[in-house]
Structures are given as structure tokens and as C-alpha cells.
Design a protein around this ligand. Structure first.
Ligand SMILES: [Zn+2]
Length: 184
């Protein structure tokens, strides 16, 4: 059993690297600005094979490497979508920091086998993502809560949480962050 888990992890790490290539716009000053002080250090473009199990809009981070869809990444960079890109990198960097602290392999096992663990990890990552967006002036509506609730309770995260729980989490977190900002 232990060997099987080890084999699965090794193929996951090797597979991700093998079926991806380094982002070719890392020297763009805008990209460098976005990556400043981030725990994520490397961006790689997902190969077409990733589409078998993952939507283009889904990002994956293993250790200090973040895997992105080339078209979507380049579109964000060309259009200088700073807030969204920065908050995304902050979200994934939270995963990186916590993976490095827990041990990447151990974190991965927990993430793929426990829906509770997965939801807890996503909650801390979404919180820092929204905090960064709010600092940049972003506001949210019921429609955003609904979109988020549908996304994280859907197939992408494989039954990580329910729609209502996710909706409540986002609403409560946004209120908490608004209070936090008022105090400053
Ligand atoms: Zn995440």
C-alpha cells in the first residue's frame, strides 16, 4: 500500500513536469511584478493531456511550481489583469507555503484523500486571495458568492463541500475582511 502511494506520487510529480513546459514570458516586467515575494517561484504551461482530468481554468500547484493554461495566462499578462493575476498567485502561494511546511508529499496525500483537508486548505487560500482583491478595491455581490459556491461544490473539487456551506463561507469571510479593513 505504502509503495503504491509512493508510486502514485512519483508519477504525479514526474507526469506534471513531463507534460508541461516552462512559461516563456517570465522575463516580462509585469510578470516579475506579479511574482514579487510570492512563494510560487516557477510557472509552467499545462500540456494538452491535462484536459483529460482538468478544466483549462483550473490551476495546480505542487511545491513552488504553479501549472497554468498557456492561453489564459498569456491573455491575463497581455491585458495586464493585475488584481486577478496577483490574487491568484497569492492563493497558490498559500498552498505552496503550507505544502512546504507540512511536506509536499504528505500534503498531496491528504489533499487527494480527504475532502475535509481539501476544504480547509482551500478556505485559507481563498481568504488571502479575497483579502488581496479587496485591498485592490474589489467588491463582491450575491452573484459572486453564488458563482464561488457552485464552483467549489462542483466536480472540480470532487465533493469538497456543499453549495450552502461554500456560499456561507464566502459571505462570512467577506464581511470579516470588510470589518478588518474598517479597523485599519
Ligand atoms: Zn486552491
Amino acid at each position: 500500500m505504502r509503495l503504491l502511494i509512493l508510486l502514485m506520487l512519483v508519477s504525479l510529480f514526474c507526469g506534471c513536469r513531463l507534460f508541461s513546459r516552462p512559461a516563456d514570458n517570465m522575463n516580462d516586467p509585469f510578470v516579475q511584478e506579479m511574482m514579487k515575494n510570492a512563494a510560487v517561484k516557477e510557472i509552467r504551461f499545462k500540456g494538452k493531456i491535462w484536459r483529460v482530468c482538468m478544466k483549462d481554468s483550473t490551476y495546480a500547484t505542487i511545491g513552488e511550481t504553479m501549472y497554468v493554461d498557456e492561453r489564459m495566462w498569456k491573455l491575463s499578462v497581455e491585458n495586464r489583469v493585475a488584481t486577478r493575476l496577483r490574487s491568484l498567485i497569492i492563493h497558490e502561494s498559500m498552498h505552496t507555503s503550507r505544502q512546504l511546511r507540512a511536506g509536499v508529499a504528505f500534503w498531496m496525500i491528504c489533499y487527494f484523500t480527504s475532502t475535509t483537508f481539501r476544504w480547509e486548505e482551500e478556505k485559507v487560500a481563498y481568504e488571502v486571495e479575497w483579502r488581496a482583491e479587496m485591498v485592490a478595491g474589489e467588491t463582491y455581490t450575491d452573484e459572486d458568492y453564488e458563482f464561488f459556491a457552485r464552483e467549489v461544490s462542483g466536480a472540480v473539487y470532487h465533493g469538497m463541500t456543499t453549495h450552502d456551506e461554500a456560499y456561507r463561507f464566502m459571505k462570512e469571510t467577506i464581511v470579516k475582511l470588510q470589518e478588518e479593513r474598517k479597523k485599519k
